[in-house]
Design a protein around this ligand. Structure first.
Ligand SMILES: Nc1nc2c(ncn2[C@@H]2O[C@H](COP(=O)(O)OP(=O)(O)OP(=O)(O)O)[C@@H](O)[C@H]2O)c(=O)[nH]1
Ligand SMILES: [Mg+2]
Length: 458
């Protein structure tokens, strides 16, 4: 952490400007060797956070390499918490890499992906969940993703987790007092009180764990699998949703052999739709491979669009489908509503355990609006954005789930009047998991994993 790092912070290629970032103890010295402010001042005398115009010089021959703007940030008032120099040059790929080479020539080291943000974390400028949010803001592809990433960056999640953490620390302090002065021990009523506090905290942790489905949908979109027996109109529906002839449609059952994935956007939610091979008994060898993939797509999906042909009575292949989607989140569709309805809807709903079946015609487009709305509602899960805090990362979900399990053990032990030592072990485990999200405790491997997702220069 004692060296000075540098990187081009803007995307590769040509553009209006390129930004070269330098961070570390030598940042100012390096800039002094390469930059001549227009007004004749020295870099070391430049006022922090002011933009200065001047020439970037190659010290080997004194020639101007580019006309640039330079900003100096003085530690600790910078993104990384260190001395930082930003050079804004013309946006050529050649000129920017030339400037970077000159900076490296003055003793800076090329930064690793995410190293600026990693330093910001290590210097206490942001906690680990906020550092992760930086990557989420950069990768956000919808309003929802951006809103939740920004909330996390601003510390909404950290605030919540810190509150829960502090509540548990207080309980731990009481337990430890009892451990240190065993003759005073915890009275029954005190234990009851502690247990109530643990349960309250644990309920909030559970809510956060449960918010993951929602958070993941904000971040990555909703993944939907179109499933049904052959010929019910799955591929036709994919095409109708995409408004484009993407998948092959024929009157022959068994047309789709492989899964096909496409993205659409409904309002501000990304939806990935996977068209699949029809499920049926006694399929041929090629179709069987396709059906395997259908099962895989179903397992990966957040929601199954379960399609029946309303113009035909249910058969054994529909029964097979019903069994496959039994335990899944689903939306039931009765396609071919332009034809006379033959299917017994009530009996179907009972069998698939669904309250509604949306009538639809993939060929005429009838019912498509309702399907859009149903998909959108399913993505939101009855919530509006910003209403409640959501977690968006598997790492957070896992840590919270572990903390939840540990606290459940704490509750149990308190009820069973077990020793304070034993209870403290579980409570400490819960604290460690919560603290891990914020980076209160961490190992370098974890940081490597998190920051590898970043671009160089961030
Ligand atoms: N009348 C009517 N025909 C439809 C509708 N949707 C699909 N079809 C027809 O049903 C047949 C099968 O459509 P596909 O979209 O290929 O069905 P699929 O479910 O993808 O079939 P597989 O890929 O074989 O599993 C084609 O002849 C479509 O034109 C609809 O809403 N109304
Ligand atoms: Mg098909």
């Amino acid at each position: 952490m004692n060296d000075t790092i540098a990187a081009i912070a803007t995307p590769v290629g040509e553009g209006g400007i390129h930004i070269i970032r330098i961070s570390g103890p030598e940042a100012v010295a390096i800039a002094s060797a390469l930059f001549q402010p227009q007004d004749g001042k020295q870099v070391a005398d430049l006022e922090p956070q002011k933009v200065v115009y001047g020439n970037l010089i190659d010290p080997a021959n004194g020639q101007t390499v580019d006309e640039v703007l330079l900003i100096r940030f003085r530690a600790p008032h910078s993104y990384t918490g260190e001395d930082v120099i930003e050079i804004h040059g013309h946006g050529g790929a050649y000129v920017s890499s030339k400037i970077l080479q000159l900076v490296l020539g003055q003793g800076a080291r090329l930064a690793e992906p995410g190293e600026f943000t990693r330093r910001a974390f290590l210097n206490g400028r942001l906690d680990l969940s906020q550092a992760e949010a930086v990557a989420d803001v950069i990768h956000a592809a919808s309003d929802k993703a951006l809103t939740s990433a920004l909330a996390q960056l601003k510390g909404k999640l950290s605030e919540k987790l810190n509150t829960l953490y502090d509540a548990l620390v207080q309980v731990l302090a009481q337990l430890e007092a009892a451990i240190d002065f065993p003759e005073e021990g915890l009275e029954f009523s005190q234990k009851q009180q502690l247990e109530q506090r643990i349960q309250g905290t644990n309920r909030e942790i559970k809510n956060l764990v449960d918010s993951y489905r929602q958070g993941k949908i904000y971040r990555e979109g909703l993944k939907v699998a179109l499933v049904g027996k052959p010929n019910v109109g799955k591929s036709s529906l994919l095409n109708a949703l995409l408004k484009e002839d993407r998948a092959i449609v024929t009157p022959h059952p068994g047309t789709t052999r492989d899964t096909l994935e496409e993205r659409v956007r409904i309002k501000d939610i990304h939806i990935t739709i996977v068209d699949t091979a029809g499920l049926r008994h006694q399929a041929g060898e090629i179709e069987e491979h396709g059906i395997e993939r259908t099962r895989h797509a179903l397992a990966q999906a957040d929601l199954a669009l379960v399609i029946f042909d309303g113009s035909q009575a249910l058969d054994t292949n529909d029964a097979l489908l019903i069994k496959e989607v039994n335990e899944r989140r689903k939306l039931v569709l009765l396609n071919k509503s332009d034809l006379p309805t033959v299917i017994n809807k009530d009996s179907l709903l009972k069998q698939v355990k669904s309250a509604v079946a949306l009538p639809l015609s993939a060929t005429t487009g009838q019912g498509l609006e309702d399907l859009h709305e149903a998909l959108y509602q399913s993505a939101l899960d009855g919530k509006t954005v910003g209403e409640s805090l959501v977690i968006t990362r598997e790492r957070h979900r896992q840590a919270l789930a572990e903390a939840h399990a540990a606290l459940a053990r704490v509750s149990q032990s308190l009820q069973e009047d077990r020793s304070e030592d034993l209870i403290a072990v579980d409570l400490n485990a819960a604290l460690e998991h919560l603290g891990g999200i914020l980076g209160k405790t961490f190992v370098d491997d974890l940081l490597d994993q998190i920051f590898v997702d970043f671009c160089i220069g961030k």
